[in-house]
Write a protein that binds this ligand. Structure first.
Ligand code: ADP
Ligand code: MG
Length: 359
């Protein structure tokens, strides 16, 4: 469906120096494929989508869509707009139009559909994304997750051959990510061709037929989700997919903001889809903080989450300690900890001692 050859894009920095974001992009995308573009920020993922969509002209190279060179002089951009939909991070809905008007606008304006017909189809699409009852609402009254689902319905109303998504969930409150991903998952299951820039690794791994890891101006690695996530061939890919998400709390003073820590642990768990662990994490903190603080050593608490292994931990690090306070504390406390977590690792570190609880 899409062939990209030697695509490049150079921007200019404010001082006029060139910044080559896409150096040499080559790929073929078949109908029905769901491709996730992953990679550190600033590696040109959005730029690739924008050049594909002709929102931003590439500096060089070739893009064939259904065999036609869309970069050729005189290629009708409106034709591409019909075939290729785009969903943005910030929804880009028309604020002065109702939800249903947003969805029926392009079919009426661009495809020349009759209003009644377009409205009927728009309502059906809103039903599909779970928002039929919001048809007459204004976007301002919707949550971020609902707005993004309207944006997807609006895209579908044009019957595109492929939809590009640029971080569709990254502007959302963590509690609303799931509803948008589930609509996208449904589209993928129905065979919609999709190109998705995302930081949702679990989602990318579940729904994609292929993963492109973008790095240094190239598609640095390309493969099935199993290959890219479980057996990355290149070291930059490996570093990226195996990275660990962390949140660190230094419990070193009397005015330590305990409630602030609880809030951040809650948010951390929601963000990384481990909401089911948050009560446990907080209860373990409440139980163990006094035990660790009693030692008089400097305490740092850390939550970690590995997207790859989907493992979460709660770490207590005691600077200068030589043994685990869990060994010498009340056995009831130790038993309670054991019953609440999936494992304990107690080990010395270069700076002291660490007790790691597997959540
Ligand atoms: P990603 O989506 O992977 O985070 P982007 O494609 O947004 O990366 O950006 C890649 C690089 O290109 C960044 O360094 C960014 O600052 C730069 N860039 C993006 N758009 C422009 C622009 N319109 N003008 C100048 N530089 C840009
Ligand atoms: Mg981007």
């Amino acid at each position: 469906m899409i062939s990209i050859r030697h695509l490049s894009k150079t921007y200019h920095n404010p001082d006029g120096s060139p910044l080559t974001v896409l150096k040499d992009i080559n790929c073929d995308i078949d109908k029905g494929e769901v491709i996730s573009l992953i990679g550190p920020s600033g590696t040109g993922k959005s730029t690739l989508l924008r050049t594909l969509n002709l929102l931003d002209p590439p500096t060089g190279g070739e893009i064939l869509f259904d065999g036609e060179n869309i970069l050729a002089k005189g290629y009708p951009v409106h034709k591409l707009r019909r075939k290729m939909g785009m969903v943005f991070q910030n929804f880009n809905l028309f604020d002065h139009m109702t939800v249903v008007e947003n969805v029926m606008y392009a079919p009426v304006k661009i495809l020349g559909k009759k209003k009644d017909e377009a409205r009927e189809e728009a309502v059906a699409l809103l039903r599909k994304v779970g928002l039929a009852e919001k048809a007459d609402a204004l976007p301002a009254s919707l949550s971020g997750g609902q707005k993004q689902r309207v944006a997807i319905a609006r895209c579908l109303a044009m019957h595109p051959e492929v939809i590009l998504f640029d971080e569709p969930t990254s502007a959302l409150d963590p509690t609303m990510v799931g509803e948008v991903l589930s609509v996208m998952r449904q589209l993928a299951n129905e065979g919609m061709s999709m190109l998705i820039v995302t930081h949702e690794m679990k989602f990318a791994r579940d729904v994609s037929t292929r993963i492109f890891f973008m790095y240094d101006g190239y598609i640095h690695e390309d493969g099935t989700p199993e290959q890219v996530f479980n057996a990355p061939r290149r070291s930059a890919t490996k570093t990226f997919v195996q990275r660990i998400r962390k949140e660190v709390f230094e419990v070193d003073s009397d005015d330590f903001d305990y409630l602030g820590m609880e809030t951040r642990i809650n948010q951390f768990c929601i963000k990384y889809n481990i909401a089911g662990k948050k009560e446990t994490a907080i209860s373990l903190c409440q139980l163990l903080m006094p035990v660790f603080l009693e030692t008089g050593n400097k305490l740092t608490i850390r939550t970690t989450y590995s997207e790859l292994s989907e493992q979460a931990t709660l770490d207590f690090m005691l600077e200068g300690a030589e043994a685990s306070p869990l060994q010498s504390c009340d056995s009831m406390i130790r038993d309670s900890v054991i019953s609440q977590c999936n494992g304990i690792v107690e080990e010395p570190t270069s700076r002291g001692f660490r007790v790691r609880l597997i959540l």
